[in-house]
Design a protein around this ligand. Sequence first.
Ligand code: SF4
Length: 407
Amino acid sequence: MSGVIGAADVRIAKTVTIGGFDHVEAVTIGGGFPVVIQTMWKERLSFSDLADSAGEAVAARINRLKAMGCGLLRFAVPDLQSAEVLGQLAGMVSMPLVADIHFDYNIALRCMDFPIAKIRINPGNIGGRDKVRQVLEKAAKKGIPLRIGVNAGSLPLDLREAVDKGDLDNAEALVQAAQRELAIFKEFDFNAVLVSMKASGIADTVRANRMLAGRTDAPLHIGVTEAGPLVAGVARNTAALLHLLTGGIGDTLRVSLSDTMENEVIAGREILGAAAELMTAAELTGTEASAKRLRRNGVTIVSCPRCGRHGFDTHGFTARWMPVLYGLDKNITVAVMGCAVNGPGESRHADLGITGAGNKVLIFRRGKVIRTIDAAEEDLSAAGDVSAVGDVSAVADMAFAEELEKM
Ligand code: SF4
């Protein structure tokens, strides 16, 4: 086991491989492997969601998430029927799917009859030694790792009471709860275990993970839970995760948001990129080797916030193009700028740029203007009205798509 963490001292967790059987891709977590981004399906699935074109749409969305950088996808499995549905879905996609189970060991046993790649379950709350033994024996036989998921909202009763009385702080209670679960796995000699300890508090999340990082070599799944809607949730997760990642802690992460799965993945990518950038700065504590675990290939978007000078709707353009750009396997920077003040200059530094400039929209490639779109061409009904350029964006979109294709 490696310990915690100081300048140039990076925690190396043991490796756990998820999937890698049947048609399911293998994702290895821990060691020096890249930090894996994951998200969780937000709806309850039924068999009808998987039939015919509906099923194709679900599979296509999962494949899009994968292209955007999602490595693992988790589903709540509250009953046996949900296990059957998830099992069917697991046969349709190559992304490793994870079943999230509380209390009922029968659901876990059933999930393992399908190519479901990982189970999140806490052995301490499935009700007795024999049930735990059955789950762990089947998981070991099938090569399915398990994740302990400790949550500040569902601590064991004695720990909750100790916290309420002020005898224990939240972070220590989370760590003790996780260690109890780990002890059960150890007793059964089951090693393919990952751990998460989540709280909605930033400081609790950071403190608990820093403490446990020094007490176990299990890969750590990190994130702030119930973090809120998009803006608040990203801010809260960024504060906690930058602290942990730049300290070398964290092997997989989920940015929990009251928002879409796609935005959770994008937020995860951006947080990893930010942590990598900080860690490669010489005056900060990380090492180049550890920063490599955080870096991702893919598109970097530089876009202006827009102001009264804009001649191009950067908000609308980025909203339309973000899912496409984050799904591309191209290592490029794309600039989306509103006007001629900073637009052309910023766009020139990008591999591909689009900017408003008076009554025109310009597309740049590596410093050179390669397309000029007139307002009249952009939207005939709004010819002469510069503020409307980009509101109807078909021409600019088409030109941008053509140039992106050539990158
Ligand atoms: S690039 Fe132009 S539109 Fe965008 S914020 Fe700067 S000045 Fe405003």
